[in-house]
Ligand binder design. Structure first.
Ligand SMILES: [Zn+2]
Length: 251
């Protein structure tokens, strides 16, 4: 008998293949990112129609193959249906999936990333805080999970944790008042922006989405994350084009 595996995870990408099939990417706790084929799930009466849509979270029964898994059954506990009724939330949600897909790895413990993604989508569904802030918190926290985050707690030059006032894209972190002459192109940050970044870096996922910030802090954070990600990610995200379109003035 073929071995079947039960994995907890979420559909983070779903692509049509052939006439009725789908190629899925799942983010799972036990095996990180995996590719799975779902045969016949695009037939109108397929029992797997909803379970193979992006955002579907639950337990997936899979048969391992040489290059990919075959999905045979699923028990979905959250479809994040609210995202289908809210265009802006959906666009953010798809971007969050694509961002997770970019960073997720195969054959690792996917629990921290899945937990972050799940929590972030819940916040979107409930419209608890400004989506722009949710986005920046999520992006920075993924960088933290991946170990590619900027140094936020001490000066990149002298190591001091006091009088931090600038951000250096070159040194990938904050710089204090005393060291401002040591480098060109520093960006001055609002003190609350530095505190916010420190909070995001060091807080557990459960406490991430419990605050809001002043508009000038969000602007700072937007600016830092925008440039930081441009320098560290060479791939354009398709979902960002749609997001940029709907959040641009005049839409
Ligand atoms: Zn310094």
């Amino acid at each position: 008998m073929t071995e079947q595996l039960k994995l907890t995870g979420m559909v983070i990408s779903s692509m049509p293949v052939g006439e009725y099939d789908k190629r899925l990417v799942l983010l799972t706790t036990q095996r990180g990112k995996i590719t799975a084929f779902s045969r016949g799930s695009r037939r109108p009466k397929s029992a797997m129609l909803g379970a193979t849509e992006p955002f579907a979270f639950g337990e997936f029964m899979l048969v391992p193959g040489r290059d990919a898994y075959t999905l045979v059954a699923a028990s979905i506990s959250n479809y994040f249906m609210e995202l289908r009724e809210d265009l802006e939330a959906a666009c953010y949600g798809f971007y969050f999936l694509e961002f997770a897909t970019y960073y997720a790895r195969e054959n690792i413990d996917g629990t921290p990333l899945l937990k972050l993604l799940y929590q972030t989508l819940r916040v979107l569904c409930r419209r608890m805080i400004d989506f722009k802030l949710v986005r920046r918190i999520y992006e920075l926290k993924i960088l933290v999970l991946e170990g590619e985050y900027p140094q936020c707690h001490s000066c990149c030059h002298c190591g001091s944790s006091e009088n931090l006032a600038y951000f250096s894209f070159f040194s990938c972190g904050v710089v204090c008042e005393n060291c401002r002459g040591k480098e060109h192109g520093l960006k001055r940050l609002h003190p609350s922006t530095i505190y916010t970044m420190q909070y995001i870096v060091s807080s557990p996922v459960e406490k991430l989405y419990t605050f809001t910030v002043a508009p000038e802090v969000l602007k700072d954070l937007d600016n830092v994350m925008e440039h930081y990600l441009k320098l560290h990610i060479d791939k354009p995200f398709k979902s960002l084009e749609m997001l940029d379109l709907i959040i641009s003035p005049g839409f």
